[in-house]
Design a protein around this ligand. Structure first.
Ligand code: PNS
Length: 164
């Protein structure tokens, strides 16, 4: 059984992430989409909220399971018996960081390989932080994230505005 992991912050999941999830789910028997629980970053959504959004937008893909992890990715991969890490590559700017991360992971655990999928062209520009910036400035994000996530972002932005 070929088990893959697609790790990330997913704060929030975008249409670009979903495209990578749909394509990579076809390449493995089981795909864990794993949200990093990272206290160092100050996310817009909690890990639970991010897991919930991912569950909702991937509910029609049978071999996908949503999960959260903390600590090292290679340790999480071992716990899940995964041998493949999936990452999306948008532009050359992603490359240096991704290369460094995949090589570090491979040195830490030679049983895990990273596979890069080039992002579909229509999402090549897309990243979660830009989506958040647009939303926090009152812009429409329906072109960037699934409908369910649009609603969650609206709720979050109005909560933040009410607290101002
Ligand atoms: O969506 P992101 O924020 O680019 O995802 C980055 C992620 C979660 C894949 C990466 O930060 C990660 O794997 N962190 C876990 C800690 C770890 O294993 N670090 C060593 C890799 S060099």
């Amino acid at each position: 059984m070929k088990i893959g992991i697609y790790p990330g912050s997913f704060d929030p999941v975008t249409k670009g992430h979903l495209d990578i999830i749909e394509r990579s789910a076809k390449m493995v028997d089981k795909l864990f989409v794993a949200v990093l629980n990272n206290n160092a970053k100050s996310p817009l959504f909690s890990v639970d909220e991010r897991v919930n959004m991912l569950c909702e937008v991937t509910k029609d893909i049978p071999n996908v399971q949503i999960d959260a992890f903390s600590g090292l990715l290679v340790d999480y991969a071992k716990r899940r018996n995964a041998t493949i890490i999936i990452r999306g590559l948008r532009a050359v700017t992603d490359f240096e960081y991704e290369l460094q991360m995949s090589q570090t992971n491979r040195i830490m655990d030679e049983n895990v390989d990273t596979i890069f999928l080039t992002t579909s062209l229509q999402y090549a520009y897309l990243c979660s932080s830009t989506v958040k910036e647009v939303a926090l400035c009152g812009g429409e994000v329906g072109k960037f994230v699934p409908e369910y996530v649009v609603e969650k972002i609206k709720e979050k932005v109005s909560l933040l505005n009410a607290g101002e």
